[in-house]
Ligand binder design. Structure first.
Ligand code: SDX
Length: 434
């Protein structure tokens, strides 16, 4: 990655009567940044920003979000245009390489991914160590972390060729590993990848086919799932992507970094929200119960939050939620699901929340997870698999961001500082004297 930090201004920072001049770099879109790398050296002070609400951890050219305008761009292209006109493999190429592929580039990339979809036969032994009712995200963390034990020829992160192979292997094997986690949980035999299917159709077949009969992929459903994967591929420096970058900054191999990202994504405040949102809709059960849950969401003494609402960055509508809502109705129409009680609850909850002053003032709009749960359930996936599908898609973003971090001339091992407010230095006392 070539660094494009252009200084357009200077910020003056005064502390204890001493003023320090700090460079300000301009962005293509969005906020400029104050370069505080020399702040501690010049002032002896750190900045304080738990949750990094105002801190840029890196320079990136991959994704841009405008939270107020509800904008999401992958390499400059609006997410709704990509979701409507492109497909998983082409968008994966775009995120990794920075440009849309030519015909031949796309054929070559698709072929390379296809030729890496199988996993080492011994990897299957890891599944047998899990209980059948293990959460599939627990299996994903374990099995993906174990990949570094199998692919020693692509763990040298300083070799661009090995980074490329590791990237393609990761993107190609995630659907196979995810489908195997699903099959294991329902006690069915694993289904091998099929090289004559596209990426998403191949995944659906590995999940839902059984050896006893032919399986026909429904093109409407695989197209909707392909769109869902595109929406989930990348999202700037979210918690799991920042985890992958931090793990990678120490030189850890890409498989271990992706396993760390999967672990972070699992949290209900992040990627686990789609599973939590569907569980919440099931708990609400009927539109008559919505007011009680809205009241609980507002009650500071109650930890309950409306899962699928709110976002650290989007303080307007999550543009992905709009596309997700459309895909949801496409899937339900294709399946002839005229009324889904959960969809009824979801749409009434959305209507009420968008009118309620509490949610309007706090800018809590539906996010991508609000409709994805209903759609994935309609596609036949159990709730526990929802975050696995999120991880499958986000692997493209994690790998693109990891590669960018490794190639960034400014990258250093991530090592945040702190403000210490613990005990002042004191001497040890013998237990008799305490
Ligand atoms: C994802 O970062 C990413 O980009 C993530 C993601 C991606 O693609 O990688 O977009 C994917 O993680 C989407 C978000 C999924 N999570 C959920 O749906 C879980 C429910 N949402 C909340 O946990 C929350 O909204 C967060 C975690 C998403 C955002 O939290 P913030 O920005 O840190 O905001 P906050 O927790 O400080 O909340 C601000 C206020 C608080 O009230 P006050 O303290 O100001 O009085 O809003 C309230 C919160 O109590 N609030 C909610 C709420 N979310 C925030 N109240 C009720 N229900 C909610 N869902």
């Amino acid at each position: 990655m070539k660094s494009d930090l252009n200084q357009a201004d200077t910020a003056s920072f005064t502390l204890s009567g001493k003023t320090t001049e700090l460079p300000v770099f301009t962005a293509t879109h969005g906020p400029n940044v104050v370069d505080i790398r020399a702040l501690y050296k010049h002032t002896g002070a750190f900045t304080f920003d738990p949750g990094f609400t105002s801190t840029a951890s890196c320079e990136s050219k991959i994704t841009y979000i405008d939270g107020d305008e509800g904008v999401l761009l992958y390499r400059g292209y609006p997410i709704d245009q990509l979701a409507e006109n492109s497909n998983f493999i082409e968008v994966a190429y775009l995120l990794l390489k920075g440009e849309l592929p030519s015909d031949q580039e796309l054929v070559d990339f698709d072929r390379s991914i296809t030729m890496h979809t199988m996993v080492h036969e011994q990897l299957k032994n890891f599944y047998n160590g899990f209980r059948r009712d293990a959460h599939p995200m627990a299996i994903m963390v374990g099995v993906v972390g174990a990949l570094s034990a199998f692919y020693h020829d692509s763990t040298d992160i300083n070799d661009p060729k090995q980074r490329l192979i590791a990237s393609h292997r990761m993107i190609a094997k995630m659907p196979t590993i995810a489908a195997m986690a699903y099959k294991y949980s329902i006690g069915q035999a694993f289904v091998f990848p099929s090289n004559d299917l596209d990426y998403t159709s191949n995944f659906m077949r590995m999940c839902f086919a059984v050896q006893a009969e032919e399986y026909e992929v429904n093109p409407v459903l695989s197209s909707a799932l392909d769109k869902i994967f595109i929406l989930h591929m990348d999202h700037e420096q979210n918690a799991s992507t920042s985890t992958v970058r931090l793990a990678g900054s120490s030189g850890a191999n890409p498989f271990a970094c992706i396993a760390a990202g999967i672990a972070s994504l699992w949290g209900p405040a992040h990627g686990g929200a789609n599973e939590a949102a569907l569980n919440m809709l099931e708990e609400i059960g009927h539109v008559d119960n919505i007011p009680e849950y809205i009241a609980r969401a507002k009650d500071k003494s109650d930890p309950f939050r409306l899962m699928g609402f709110g976002h650290r960055v989007y303080k307007n509508y999550d543009p992905r939620a709009k596309v997700m809502r459309k895909a949801c109705h496409e899937v339900l129409d294709a399946l002839g699901v005229r009324e889904d009680p959960l969809l009824e609850v979801a749409m009434e909850l959305e209507r009420i929340a968008l009118e309620d002053p509490y949610f309007v003032e706090k800018k809590l709009y539906p996010n991508i997870d609000f409709y994805s749960g209903i759609t994935l359930r309609a596609l036949g996936f159990p709730t526990e698999m929802f975050t696995v599908l999120f991880a499958l898609a986000r692997t493209v973003g994690w790998i693109a961001q990891w590669s960018e971090m490794v190639e960034d001339p400014n990258q250093k091992i991530g090592r945040p500082r702190q403000i210490y407010t613990g005990a002042a230095q004191r001497d040890y006392t013998d237990i008799k004297g305490r």
